[in-house]
Design a protein around this ligand. Structure first.
Ligand SMILES: [Zn+2]
Length: 262
C-alpha cells in the first residue's frame, strides 16, 4: 500500500558498462510527402482519452516493461559504445502525458503515459526513448550546450520537481531503490530524433511490435498544442517523429540488426 504523498518515486535497475565516443547515427531521411501523410493520419485520429489506472497498476506495468526492455537496451548501448548503460527508472504519479531523462541515469515515466497508452508497445516506446537519451549521452551534451546557451541566450534548465524528498516507496521489483528526481533538460530536435531511432531498435529487439509502438507518437501528435506537457513542448513535431519512426521500422524490418552509425 502506498502512503498518500505529493510525490512517489521508485528507482530500479542499475547497470554499469564502460564506453566512449559521441554517437552519430544515420537518422532516417524524411521526405516532405511522408511528413504530410503522417500529419493527415494524426489529424484523422480521434482525440485520445485517458483510462483509470491505479498507481499500483501503473508501477507494476512500467516495471515489467522496463525489465523486458533492459537486455535489448543493453545490447544497443554496448553497440553504440557510450558511457551510460545504466538507468534508474522513476515513476511519477502525476496524470500528465510526460516522461524525461535527466542526471546520470534517471528515466522518469509519468502515470499519464500509462493512462493514455493502449498497448504495452506504446509504453515501451516511451521508456526506451528516455533510456536512449542516456545511451546516446544526450544529458552531458545538453548540459554542455545549455551552459553555452545560458551565456549567450539566457537558456535555463527547468526544475520540474522540487518535492522529491517527500515520497513513499514500495518494493515492486528486485533492486528497487528510492531516488530523488532532479530537473529535466531540453534536448535538441536532432537528439530527440536520435532517441526515437534508438528506441525503435530497442523495442524491436525486446520483442515489441513497431506498429503498435508508433501509436503513442500518433497520440502525442494529436495532443500537442492543447496540453502544457513539456514532453510535447520540447520534442519535434508529431508528424516528423511519426514519419521518422516508420522509416526506422522499415529499416529494421529489412534486416538491419543495429542502429546505423554515420
Ligand atoms: Zn526525448
Amino acid at each position: 500500500m502506498l502512503r498518500k504523498t505529493s510525490f512517489f518515486v521508485f528507482v530500479l535497475g542499475l547497470l554499469f558498462l564502460a564506453g566512449c565516443a559521441t554517437p552519430q547515427h544515420q537518422l532516417p531521411d524524411i521526405q516532405d510527402n511522408r511528413v504530410y501523410a503522417a500529419a493527415a493520419e494524426i489529424a484523422a485520429t480521434p482525440e485520445p482519452t485517458p483510462r483509470e489506472v491505479s498507481d499500483h497498476e501503473a508501477v507494476a506495468r512500467i516495471s515489467a516493461l522496463y525489465n523486458q526492455l533492459k537486455p535489448a537496451a543493453l545490447e544497443v548501448c554496448r553497440y553504440v559504445g557510450e558511457h551510460h548503460c545504466e538507468w534508474e527508472l522513476t515513476y511519477s504519479p502525476e496524470e500528465e502525458v510526460n516522461a524525461y531523462a535527466s542526471d546520470a541515469a534517471t528515466v522518469v515515466i509519468y502515470k499519464g503515459i500509462v493512462q493514455y497508452a493502449r498497448s504495452d508497445a506504446e509504453i515501451a516506446m516511451v521508456i526506451a526513448h528516455e533510456m536512449a537519451h542516456h545511451i546516446a549521452d544526450h544529458i552531458r551534451e545538453s548540459q554542455n550546450s545549455q551552459a553555452v546557451g545560458a551565456i549567450i541566450g539566457g537558456v535555463a534548465m527547468t526544475l520540474l520537481l522540487g518535492d522529491a524528498a517527500a515520497y513513499s516507496g514500495q518494493v515492486i521489483a528486485d533492486g528497487m531503490q528510492i531516488g530523488a528526481v532532479a530537473g529535466a533538460l531540453t534536448f535538441s530536435r536532432k537528439q530527440e530524433m536520435e532517441a526515437d531511432y534508438l528506441s525503435a531498435y530497442i523495442i524491436a529487439r525486446a520483442g515489441f511490435d513497431l506498429d503498435a509502438g508508433r501509436g503513442i507518437l500518433v497520440k502525442l501528435g494529436r495532443m500537442s498544442g492543447r496540453t502544457e506537457s513539456t514532453v510535447l513542448d520540447t520534442h519535434p513535431a508529431g508528424p516528423e517523429r511519426l514519419a521518422a519512426w516508420d522509416l526506422a521500422a522499415a529499416e529494421i524490418r529489412s534486416g538491419s540488426p543495429m542502429p546505423r552509425k554515420r
